[in-house]
Write a protein that binds this ligand. Sequence first.
Ligand code: TYM
Length: 334
Amino acid sequence: MSNKKLVFSGVQPTGNLHLGNYLGALKNFVSLQKEMECIYCVVDLHAITVFQNPKNLYDNVLETTASFLATGLNPDKSIIFNQSSVSGHAELAWILNCVSRIGWLNRMTQFKDKAGSDKEKASVGLYIYPNLMAADILLYKATHVPVGADQKQHLELSRDIAQKFNKDFNCKDFFPIPEPLIPKNISRIMSLRDATKKMSKSEESDYSRINLKDTADDINKKIKKAKSDSNSIPGEIKSLENKPEALNLLTIYSELTNKSLEKIVSEMAGKEYSFLKAKLAEVLISEITPVGKEIQKLLKDKSYLKKILKKGTEKANIIAEENLKNIREKVGLI
Ligand code: TYM
């Protein structure tokens, strides 16, 4: 097995990338490109597991690409492309559908959440989505996968699939077993309205999240309205155990200021949450609004964004085709 380290990750082009995507994934993508070879994919085939208006999907692929660039991904360092343009993802997904087990998919909590109470009406794609995710990673023989905590279970499935393939086809170490890279303190940013739920693009209320394209005014309003606590900020983290909204705001503030949660809590002990909110809005505005402005600027030149994707696709295809050739051989496909 080669010792080459390779990072792969993906983001769905379903619109409105938010602070959870940024702190849970994108920031990590940017720092990893300094250390390792990285492939970052706009996963449009994942997006269509739930119906997407075709025009919106097209626009969202470009907007997600713009968001990658605006947060600091460098297309000369990292491969940036959209999933459907490399057909190997779909081909390997089919092979892995035949390796993965129904029992494994039945355990996926995200399917249960997304399919809701009427599972019979969910698309088959939504059910086998984690196999496609495994294909994304294994197609490039990626060794490291930066994701937020909500993707941990899918990553574990990818590891199981890689191990089973290596065993079934008697090719020890053929697929590396991919390592999840999940940020320690900030792996799950929660909704600003109900911190028992993760911050998400699909949550109905826009007040539940900070979008990368929000203006300073939006951010001020949303943080002001964010749920916190009627008591003042306690002196120790332990006292925040049953106050998930307050803990969420303090955690976000600690991440954005690069200070430990302990330090923030001790600095803010005894203060009202309005004090924290004013400070938090300030750091959010200084970190997020330049990203939003850059996204808007990049979106004015769609042909540039398409050029980036095309260049990335060419590079990704070379790796994918080479690996697929060996995969087909292992499986016995002519
Ligand atoms: P997606 O598009 O839902 O989210 C993109 C990335 O953002 C992270 N994230 C969060 N992190 C912290 N707090 C939150 N509230 C939050 N919300 C989202 C996600 O964990 C993710 O890292 N299935 C994946 C996309 C995918 C993929 C892959 C990832 C497809 N193939 C292969 C890695 C490798 C997804 O739906 O992410």
